[in-house]
Design a protein around this ligand. Structure first.
Ligand code: TPP
Ligand code: MG
Length: 348
């Protein structure tokens, strides 16, 4: 696979017209009406869920850390649309979107965020530590970069068992500078492990911009020393993500080993819930929101093509809002775990 060159993210404009190429020159998937509306719904669910999580945090219902995924929705939704049943997902702490995209229930995720009994980790894991073996979601990790090694282990297990599954390991631009990432790349390339490494390049690691922290800002090239191919992808366009995902998953499934997808994306909110945001201007955030918003891009396309009316989209919005409101009501009514649960499900 050819390595593609960087395109500047800032030159992109939201366009209602469907073009043959993504804004950085990469391929896009040709979505039909159902796919557009599915992508729209899934991304909206994540956004509304995250907005509600932010509210509940402000009201004191969620304790500890809480990292919102708002702005980055197209990445996980485009990837998930290309994956097959059995493909594993693992990510860092900015993880609620990944959980919802794998099909985990909003109720269980919200209950975990609020530390309740019906949460995915029985209220004992919180925002950063949730898992669902049934949905092949392996966390939720607070140690920056750790999920890359663990994800490589998942891929090793696939190879060892001789199954057809691919592991998808997400990590940030900051995590990409961790040493264990390269130890993992080495083993994955050596043993041709079926894994897609996704660098979610949202331009910041907490308050440090990529420009200040990295000697090689084209993260798709980070595997080149190991012969791992990579692509830069417009991570704000769900069709571009889907096209890259199709190619990458096929690469892995056909036994060619690992591949890296660098998703050019952006987070609208602060790193976590308290973030003075002195490291970027309000104008920078506003420009991304108004010109490249992943949900707005789909909305404009489906409206222009006559694939949905305002009312159709409002109905989707209502359905999604209802799911999210229900999850918040459920979580607040659910009891906290009993004190006797303190010593269960843990290694002593
Ligand atoms: C090993 C380790 N070092 C440092 C931290 C503190 N820390 C938490 S998040 C973060 C930034 C990571 O940024 P990035 O990988 O770009 O992910 P993003 O938050 O942008 O999604 C750091 C340094 C940590 N949790 N683990
Ligand atoms: Mg980052």
């Amino acid at each position: 696979m050819a390595l593609r060159k960087t395109a500047t993210v800032s030159s992109r404009k939201t366009s209602a017209k469907s073009t043959a190429k993504a804004s950085n020159g990469g391929p896009i998937a040709d979505f039909d009406r159902d796919e557009e509306l599915k992508a729209y719904r899934e991304m909206l669910l994540i956004r509304r869920f995250e907005e509600k999580a932010g509210q509940l945090y402000g009201m004191g219902f969620i304790g500890g850390f809480c990292h919102l995924y708002i702005g980055q929705e197209a990445v996980v939704v485009g990837m998930q649309m290309a994956q097959k049943e059995g493909d594993q997902v693992i990510t860092a702490y900015r993880d609620h979107g990944h959980m919802l995209a794998t099909g985990m229930e909003a109720r269980g995720v919200m209950a975990e965020l609020t530390g309740r009994r019906s949460g995915y980790s029985r209220g004992k894991g919180g925002s950063m530590h949730m898992f669902s073996k049934e949905k092949h979601f392996y966390g939720g990790h607070g140690i920056v970069g750790a999920q890359v090694s663990l994800g490589t282990g998942l891929a090793f297990a696939n190879r060892y068992r001789g199954n057809d599954s691919v592991a998808v390991a997400y990590f940030g631009d900051g995590a990409a500078n961790q040493g264990q990432v390269y130890e993992s790349f080495n083993m994955a390339a050596l043993w041709k492990l079926p894994i897609v490494y996704i660098v979610e390049n949202n331009r910041y690691a907490m308050g440090t911009s990529t420009a200040r922290a990295t000697a090689q800002s084209n993260y798709s090239l980070r595997g080149s020393g190991f012969g791992i191919p990579g692509m830069q992808v417009d991570g704000m366009d769900v069709r571009a993500v889907k096209a890259a995902a199709d190619e990458a998953l096929e690469h892995c499934r056909s036994g060619k080993g690992p591949i890296i997808l660098e998703m050019l994306t952006y987070r609208y909110r602060g790193h976590s819930m308290s973030d003075p945001a002195k490291y970027r201007t309000k104008e920078e955030v506003q420009k991304m929101r108004s010109e490249q918003d992943p949900i707005e891009q789909v909305r404009m396309r489906v409206m222009e093509k006559g694939w949905a009316t305002e009312d159709d989209l409002k109905a989707i919005d209502k359905e999604v809002r209802d799911i999210v409101a229900d999850s918040a009501d459920f979580a607040q009514a659910d009891p906290e775990p009993d004190a006797s649960e303190l010593y269960t499900d843990i290694l002593l």
